[in-house]
Ligand binder design. Structure first.
Ligand SMILES: CC(C)(COP(=O)(O)OP(=O)(O)OC[C@H]1O[C@@H](n2cnc3c(N)ncnc32)[C@H](O)[C@@H]1OP(=O)(O)O)[C@@H](O)C(=O)NCCC(=O)NCCS
Length: 191
């Protein structure tokens, strides 16, 4: 299914060496969004360390990019070797881009990736009062089941199929092409 994104926006996986883009995105979140994303108030230093740690733990991060700037992110990380089929997911969208379908598109990509990695259960650390995130999750009720009865939401992911793997590969191909175009545009931009 094709995502409808705001003009000029693309979603692609974050590349190795792009940690700064992720860090800057999280640091730009307004205080309410930052609070919702991390389940409480956190400092700038916490975010800087968080990104390094997260990427060192092999997180798969999808970014929503506008003109090469990362304005939204969805992170997927395996819970640990003791829970090989479980992962944690978290989404953040900068205020000007909220309520434009970006969160939905990021969650859709993340669920596809989770499915293709064989994750059966996805935890979403979401505050009980975060109605917007819960509304978003409900949109995927048909393929998943969420439980927001307490602070953590749990999602059951479907099994991978050849089609779901192909959809992820095609999404990555498109992301690679747009990232190369973006790089070229910036390299040849008159100074
Ligand atoms: C929660 C968040 C990721 C949603 O992203 P988004 O891009 O705003 O979401 P979408 O535009 O795709 O909207 C998803 C659904 O949320 C609901 N929604 C959107 N805007 C809303 C608003 N202003 N009030 C209430 N619900 C709203 C709608 O049900 C919408 O689905 P619909 O457009 O099909 O009706 C984003 O608001 C955000 O980053 N918040 C701060 C961080 C956070 O809370 N992260 C979640 C922790 S895991």
């Amino acid at each position: 299914m094709q995502d409808i994104l705001p003009d000029g926006g693309v979603i692609r996986k974050l590349w190795i060496g792009e940690a700064d883009k992720y860090r800057e995105h999280l640091l730009r979140l307004d205080s309410a969004s930052r609070h919702s994303r991390f389940g409480g108030g956190v400092s700038d230093d916490f975010i800087r360390n968080f990104v390094d740690l997260s990427l060192s733990l092999d997180a798969v991060v999808h970014g929503f990019f506008v003109d090469g700037v990362m304005c939204g992110a969805a992170e997927l990380r395996q819970l640990g070797v003791r829970f090989p089929r479980q992962a944690e997911a978290a989404i953040s969208v900068e205020k000007p881009w909220q309520s434009h379908g970006v969160g939905s598109a990021l969650l859709r990509r993340t669920l596809l990736t989770a499915r293709n990695r064989g994750f059966r259960l996805l935890h979403m650390a979401c505050l009980a009062e975060n109605r917007r995130m819960q509304q978003l999750a409900r949109k995927f009720d048909a393929e998943l089941s969420f439980d927001f009865g307490n602070v953590v939401g749990e999602v059951e992911s479907s099994r991978p199929t050849p089609l779901s793997l192909m959809r992820e590969i095609m999404g990555d191909g498109h992301g690679f092409a747009t990232a190369m175009l973006d790089l070229q545009t910036r390299m040849f931009r008159p100074t």
